[in-house]
Write a new protein. Structure first.
Length: 372
């Protein structure tokens, strides 16, 4: 099976690049507006009998970001981004919608739908061509992914005193963290969707090395906690990153017992520059598990604790800043009896046979991205 996938995917890449791009549509009298968009033509290739895990995953995005100069030391800004899913499970999503004020060396404050504060760290390893980024999941870890109704204060260079030393504080009011939502379903009137967290990371001098740590917690009777630490090295065309993250959700299981999760993500990349374009091979290992899944889930057939477990081998080719081709091969190490393959995390409902096949099969992602 693995040889067949590679035989399909490697030649395809040769006929198929990740710099951000945007179009400046207005810049006058202290007001600036940039327009950005993306079309991601994507297909998943897997076992031909695996109808759930294969097929078209094409998406399109459109958005804008802007800023306005109020005074010499005060700037207003905002961002909006919308994504349309045209392929598998077609749906739409507002990815970002927030506005804020930037006070220069005193930091910035914004409110709206934005990244959870732990995304600062999970982004260290969320760099694989298609797969990866499993730590950015509010089901597992509070405030680790995009969340609505968040107020965020960020400061770069620690008030201008230490270059590269950043920190952020965040409060979520009625956010869409799954841990809080599920807790509210089990006890009326004693819970809150509130959550808060902080993160600090530092670009160590001019070495290319960055280190960071963060903590988040929700309020209410059923609290959710998460803590994480990460390190990355980005220099001389080499990118290395590692992340550890751990979470606990009181009575997170459907049975009423605590849900404890922990994950490790490791990524290595190297960039090769050519006369036209840049090729970046990637290698990653992703593992997240729930403690005592077999005894706590209450679902027959669950014998393993892994939520996800796989090795990722990928290639990215940047033709230029606007055009990119990707090939990503997910070597799935999840067993059919693991919790991640058997049923949903909270409800305890069993997956059907097709869904179990989809969560345990190797998958190749093949895509072409046009962005501006």
């Amino acid at each position: 099976m693995k040889r067949n996938l590679l035989a399909i995917a490697i030649p395809a890449l040769l006929v198929a690049g990740s710099a951000s791009a945007s179009i400046e549509v207005w810049n006058k009298d202290g007001n600036k507006l940039d327009l950005n968009g993306r079309v991601y033509a994507l297909n998943y290739i897997t076992d031909r009998n695996n109808q759930t895990g294969e097929g078209d995953r094409t998406t399109g995005r459109i958005g804008f970001s802007g800023e306005t100069q109020v005074t010499d030391s005060l700037t207003g800004y905002g961002r909006f981004e919308y994504e349309i899913f045209t392929g598998h499970d077609a749906d739409n999503e507002t990815r970002y919608a927030f506005a804020g004020l930037n006070f220069g060396s005193f930091g910035s404050f914004d409110y709206g739908r934005n990244d959870g504060v732990l995304k600062t760290l999970t982004s260290y390893t969320d760099v694989l061509p298609e797969f990866g980024g499993d730590a950015s999941n509010n089901d597992y870890y509070a405030l680790s992914a995009r969340t609505k109704a968040v107020a965020t204060y960020r400061n770069s260079d620690f008030f201008g005193l230490v270059d590269g030393l950043r920190f952020a504080l965040q409060y979520a009011d009625n956010g869409d963290n799954s841990s809080n939502q599920n807790a509210n379903d089990r006890k009326d009137g004693h819970n809150s969707n509130e959550a808060w967290g902080s993160v600090v990371d530092w670009d160590v001098l001019d070495t290319g090395l960055s280190v960071g740590a963060g903590y988040t917690q929700s309020g209410g009777h059923y609290d959710a906690k998460a803590w994480s630490a990460g390190v990355k090295y980005d220099n001389y065309n080499i990118y290395l990153a590692a992340l550890y993250i751990q979470g606990k959700q009181s009575e997170g299981w459907k049975s009423g017992d605590d849900l404890k999760t922990k994950g490790v993500e490791i990524v290595a990349q190297y960039g090769f520059d050519f006369e036209v374009g840049r090729l970046t091979p990637s290698l990653g290992y992703i593992q997240h598990k729930a403690k005592d899944a077999e005894s706590l889930s209450g679902v027959a057939g669950t014998k393993g604790d892994y939520l996800v477990k796989y090795v990722d081998v990928g290639l990215t080719y940047d033709f230029n800043k606007n055009l990119q081709g990707i090939l990503d091969y997910k070597i799935n190490l999840l067993d059919k009896d693991d919790i991640g393959a058997r049923h949903t995390l909270y409800s305890g409902e069993n997956y059907n046979r097709s869904q179990i096949n989809a969560t345990t099969k190797d998958t190749v992602a093949l895509g072409l991205i046009y962005q501006f």
